[in-house]
Design a protein around this ligand. Sequence first.
Ligand SMILES: NC(=O)c1ccc[n+]([C@@H]2O[C@H](COP(=O)([O-])OP(=O)(O)OC[C@H]3O[C@@H](n4cnc5c(N)ncnc54)[C@H](OP(=O)(O)O)[C@@H]3O)[C@@H](O)[C@H]2O)c1
Length: 281
Amino acid sequence: MNLLSVFKAQTIGLGTWHMGESRAAAQAEVAAVLHALERGVRVIDTAEMYADGGAERIVGQALKAYGAQHRDSLCIVTKVLPMHATREGTIAACEASLRRLGIDYLDLFLLHWEGNVPYERTLEGLAALRERGLIRHWGVSNFDLAELDAWRATERRLGLQSCATNQVYYSLLARGPEFDLLPAMVAQRMPLMAYTPLGSGELAQHAPLAAIAQPLGLTAAQLALAWTVRSGGVVAIPKSSTPARIDENLAAAAVKLGADTMAAIDALYPQPKRKRPLAMI
Ligand SMILES: NC(=O)c1ccc[n+]([C@@H]2O[C@H](COP(=O)([O-])OP(=O)(O)OC[C@H]3O[C@@H](n4cnc5c(N)ncnc54)[C@H](OP(=O)(O)O)[C@@H]3O)[C@@H](O)[C@H]2O)c1
C-alpha cells in the first residue's frame, strides 16, 4: 500500500474520536467502523489518547470482523501523545497501539501535537519502528508551518525520510491553514489530513450552508466535506458512528463545486487575510 496513492484515491476517511468511551455504544461503534470499511473507506484515524485506547480497540474489533485479507488496502493511522514521544516511549506507544488494534503494522504513526521532547528523540523512535516494520510512514499533527519546517530540517539532519503528512484542524470554521501552511504542503507534495471537517457536527446544522447545499442536492455536511477536499491535496476524516451519515459523508468525495458555489461559501466563511496561530481542538 502506497500512502500517497491511497490519499489520492480516497479523500474521505473516518475519524474515531469519542468512540470507545461507553460500553453501551461499543457494539454500534464497531458496526459503524465495519460499515465504513465495507463501503470502501480505506483511511481510519484513531489515537492512543481516544478513550485511553478504547477507540483503537473499537477499530481493532471492526478490522477483525472485516478480515485480514483486506489489510494491505487499508491506511490505519494512530498517534502517540507528546508526553510519550521519547525514543523508547514512542516505541512502547506504537507496540501498545498495535496490540489494541490487533494488527502487526501501522500505515501511519503521527506525533499528536508538539510537546517538550526534542524532535530528534521522537524521530529516533519512529526510525527504529520503521526499521522493524512496525510502521510504514510517520507524520505530525497540529504543526504550523514553522514547526513543520523545523521537523523536516531535523529529519534531513538525521538523514531520514520525510514526514508523510500533517494532520490539522481544517474546515469552513477553521480556514487558517490556507494562509501559508496548506500552500507550503501542496508545494512539498505533502497531503494534509483535515480533522474536525464538520466542526464537531456544527456545520451539518448551519442553516446558511444548508441553503447553498440544498439546490445542489447536497446536505450541509456534504457541502462542508466537498469544500474541505476540493483541492485534491487534502484528506478529510469526519467521525460518525451512524452508518447513514457515513454513507452521506462518503458521497461528498464525488462532488465538484462550481465557481458560484465557492463564492457563496467564501462570503459566509471568509478566507484568512493574515497569519493566525493554528486552531486546535
Ligand atoms: N489530530 C488531532 O489533534 C485531532 C483533533 C480532533 C479530531 N481528530 C480526528 O478527526 C476526526 C474528526 O473530527 P471530530 O470527530 O472532532 O469532528 P467532526 O468529524 O467534524 O464531527 C463529528 C461529529 O459530527 C457528527 N456527524 C458526522 N457526520 C454527520 C452528518 N453527515 N450529519 C450530521 N452530523 C454528522 C458526528 O455524530 P455521529 O457520530 O453521532 O454521527 C459527530 O458528533 C476525529 O474523530 C479524530 O479522528 C484529530
